[in-house]
Write a protein that binds this ligand. Structure first.
Ligand SMILES: [Mn+2]
Length: 488
């Protein structure tokens, strides 16, 4: 502490400040130096043009006259604390020489950035040791395409808003594809929200089934309001929107020649002619929910937790968690939705199969319960996931008059037993050990055991095996707690 005075501490800081060495102060080099200085980075600029160097110095830059290709150049520069060297000459050969001159004189932690005129030069620079090589034409092109996308997206937002404003006071049918998935459902929900913001009342209509358990859970957990097409004739609406599908009668129940107001979809349209007043099809996107998220952003519409969760789940399922047909737009939409979403619900949706098995096991446990005094024992039969047992044992504790529960089931090799108790007279862990041997244990209020099926392996059919297991477990447990089994 005492070895640094305030002054020496300051000077330490200034020498430690990382510096960027810019070689070549053409339009790119100078623009970059300016940007780096704006974000408070230290830069040193080298250029062979003396007048230019003079001007740079007048503007307060640290600048040196030098030739990038000159092998003596590195010796003229203080290379301490250099974090990156940027070779920015428009002449690729000059940059290559520069890379060769500097590469062995600086630590491998120093990043070497270089400008190349074409892909061949880029590869040559990379093999010379450049860490990052860019081609100005490509950088400009990709920046332009991003700007274009932004402008387009603003334009589309305006067009959709205009269309909806023209529909104000009327009723809109939002038709999503048959047997809708989370992408279709969440996209329909988003359009409904946008419409509501612009004074248009809408219903989401579908035909078929909300099939998978996951999709049912999705609709239920988020409380999404959908109507069956059979119950709401689309003919009774003033306008119609097709979402996550594009052609009347194709993957939806609309009559083939229906007049459509809006189509928003991400499926490649193929050869079919799409007819609608407003069409937005973006086949490069992984999900229609991504397109809808863009609209919500563009139109500055408040995204509720439910809507954000739905759209995020829609994007994730349609892109299979960004593993299939994913566009950067899908990722940016997802990252926009992420902080707005309900992660507890998303987590529940991610483990639906287990939740459903838990329900099945719970159902079995309730059906097969055997109550002896305040003890409840239940054999749930075959199980795949042993974690469902403690959940069932927990749940059954809420039944009236029950102070101890024991739920057991059988996998291919073992009997698993799980118990809960709030009976202060017994220590369930002890009882389990007494009843089922050393592979048992736990606490006074929560315990478990497992028994290899070896003992029963001679049993031919599964039904008989389950019956024998049941008899043995119930008997052993009741013996351990000192209760006579009634009626045996
Ligand atoms: Mn889709």
């Amino acid at each position: 502490m005492s070895s640094f005075s305030k002054d020496s501490d300051n000077s330490l800081k200034s020498t430690v400040k990382p510096r960027y060495l810019i070689l070549g102060s053409g339009s790119i080099g100078f623009a970059l130096a300016k940007e780096l200085r704006e974000i408070n980075k230290a830069v040193i600029i080298v250029d062979k043009d003396e007048a230019k160097v003079e001007t740079l110095r007048e503007e307060g830059y640290e600048a040196i006259v030098g030739d990038i290709a000159d092998p003596e150049l590195p010796k003229q520069i203080d290379l301490r604390n250099i974090v990156a060297i940027l070779f920015l000459s428009s002449d690729s050969e000059v940059n290559k020489k520069g890379i060769e001159n500097f590469k062995d004189l600086v630590s491998p932690d120093v990043h070497l950035f270089s400008r190349a005129s074409d892909i061949i030069k880029k590869e040559e620079m990379e093999s010379l040791g450049a860490d990052f090589v860019f081609m100005p034409s490509r950088v400009v092109a990709s920046s332009l395409s991003r700007s274009l996308e932004r402008t387009e997206s603003a334009h589309r937002g305006n067009r959709l808003a205009q269309w909806l404003e023209g529909t104000k006071g009327k009723k809109l049918a939002i038709v999503i594809h048959d047997n809708p998935d989370p992408d279709a459902i969440s996209s329909g929900l988003a359009l409904k929200e946008i419409a509501k913001n612009l004074g248009v009342e809408a219903n989401i209509l579908y035909h078929g089934k909300i099939g998978h358990q996951e999709n049912k859970a999705f609709v239920n957990l988020l409380g999404i309001d959908l109507s069956k097409m059979e119950e709401h004739d689309p003919e009774n609406f003033d306008k119609m929107a097709l979402i996550d599908c594009a052609i009347p009668g194709v993957n939806n129940m609309l009559p083939p020649n229906s007049y459509v107001g809006i189509v928003i979809d991400h499926h490649p349209p193929g050869d079919a002619e799409i007819k609608a007043e407003y069409i937005d099809i973006r086949p490069n996107f992984g999900a229609t929910a991504t397109i809808m998220t863009k609209y919500l952003q563009q139109l500055n519409i408040n995204i509720s937790k439910t809507l954000a969760t739905a759209l995020l789940y829609g994007i994730r399922t349609d892109t299979q968690d960004f593993k299939r047909k994913t566009d950067p737009a899908d990722l940016s939409a997802a990252s926009y939705l992420y902080p707005l979403a309900d992660h507890e619900i998303l987590e529940q949706l991610e483990r639906p199969s287990m939740a459903i098995e838990t329900l099945d096991v719970l159902g079995e446990a309730i059906r097969n319960r055997q109550v002896i005094g305040s003890y409840l024992l239940s054999n749930v039969g075959n199980i795949r996931d042993r974690d469902t047992l403690p959940q069932a044992a927990d749940y059954l504790m809420s039944l009236e008059g029950i102070s101890t529960t024991v739920v057991f089931g059988v996998t291919e090799e073992r009997i698993f037993i799980s118990g809960r108790s709030n009976d202060i007279r017994i220590n369930l862990g002890e009882i389990m050990r007494q009843a089922f041997g050393e592979d048992a244990g736990g606490h006074a209020t929560a315990a478990g055991a497992q028994i290899p099926l070896g003992v029963f392996s001679a049993t031919k059919d599964r039904q008989t095996l389950l019956r024998l297991v049941n008899e043995a477990v119930v008997k052993k447990f009741l013996n351990a707690v000192g209760v006579e089994e009634a009626g045996e």
